[in-house]
Design a protein around this ligand. Structure first.
Ligand code: LHQ
Length: 256
């Protein structure tokens, strides 16, 4: 069975982690499949990416069975498997939407946090997991949790390992929306279409600027914004945005 599935719907690429019997725990097959899927996502024809899990889980992190059996060098495993996929998502020049359909735990939670935005089913739960087995969050878990939640809340949560409901995740700003499980597919399709019709280059540049923002000096960030804006005013999407504004009609962005 293929551990990661991809499906194209217009300009949207849906990536589905596909080991439902273990809530999509990450093994070698998932790592490799995700790597390939993210390469496919780089196709300029794709303007939005959805990442979700098959069955009742989103992703519960490292497959602990496989890991236990492996006895391998952990740092090297993280560097060669996890880091390249985390960085590939951050470098992807389009929005990546995590659709958290069920439990997100350990490195699976990190994976959701790495994405640009998250929606959740009302059946989703968010479980740091790491502390329960005596580990620290990895695969970007600390970096992204601090940015999304702030240091105080991130510390409290990540060191308690408390299981968060979808409603709590919404209240904390961990997800932007919670949808009844039965409506998740329809809402995902609508939101993904909306993202894929956006001015893709401006969405990408916003993602890139925000990744820089927290650690930048204000003067450096102002300069970065100015340089980016100078490029964007030369795009077709900007011309279309201006024309649509003048003609009082919705813009038709093409991502160019
Ligand atoms: C699993 C897993 C799993 C294998 C559920 N592996 N089978 C990275 C790299 C290097 C070093 C180590 O660390 C890392 C970072 C990590 O990601 S460490 C892993 C962190 N993840 C966890 O600790 C999560 C462990 N899972 C759970 O706590 C529960 O499964 C949650 C709370 C997520 C969901 O609970 P339930 O809804 O009650 O489901 P379940 O526990 O019954 O799980 C269903 C099946 O999935 C079950 O198999 P079985 O054969 O009994 O039906 C689990 O064994 C399996 N499964 N997580 N990480």
């Amino acid at each position: 069975m293929t551990s990661v599935l991809t499906r194209r719907a217009g300009a949207v690429l849906e990536i589905t982690l596909n080991r439902p019997e273990v809530l999509n725990a990450i093994d070698e097959g998932v790592q490799a499949g995700l790597h390939d899927a993210l390469e496919e996502a780089a196709d300029p024809a794709i303007r939005a990416v959805v990442l979700t899990g098959a069955g009742r889980g989103f992703c519960v992190g490292q497959d602990l069975q496989e890991f236990h059996a492996g006895g391998r060098d952990v740092a090297e495993h993280l560097r060669t498997r996890y880091h390249r996929n985390v960085l590939a998502i951050r470098k992807l020049e389009k929005p990546v939407l995590a659709v958290v359909n069920g439990p997100a735990a350990g490195a699976g939670l990190s994976l959701a946090l790495v994405c640009d935005l998250r929606i959740a089913s009302d059946e989703a739960v968010f479980v740091p997991g790491f502390i329960g087995i005596g580990l620290v969050p990895d695969a970007g878990g600390t970096w992204f949790a601090e940015r999304v939640l702030g240091a105080a809340r991130a510390f409290e949560w990540l060191t308690s390992g408390r299981r968060l409901t979808a409603a709590e995740a919404l209240q904390w700003g961990l997800v932007s929306e919670v949808v009844p499980a039965a409506e998740l597919a329809a809402r995902t399709a609508a939101l993904a279409d909306e993202l894929a019709s956006s001015p893709t280059r401006a969405v990408w540049e916003t993602k890139r600027l925000l990744d820089h923002a927290a650690r930048s000096k204000l003067s450096d960030q102002l300069e970065r914004e100015a340089e980016t804006q100078a490029q964007l005013v030369r795009t077709r999407d900007f011309a279309e945005g201006l024309a649509a504004f003048g003609e009082k009609r919705p813009p038709r962005f093409t991502g160019s």
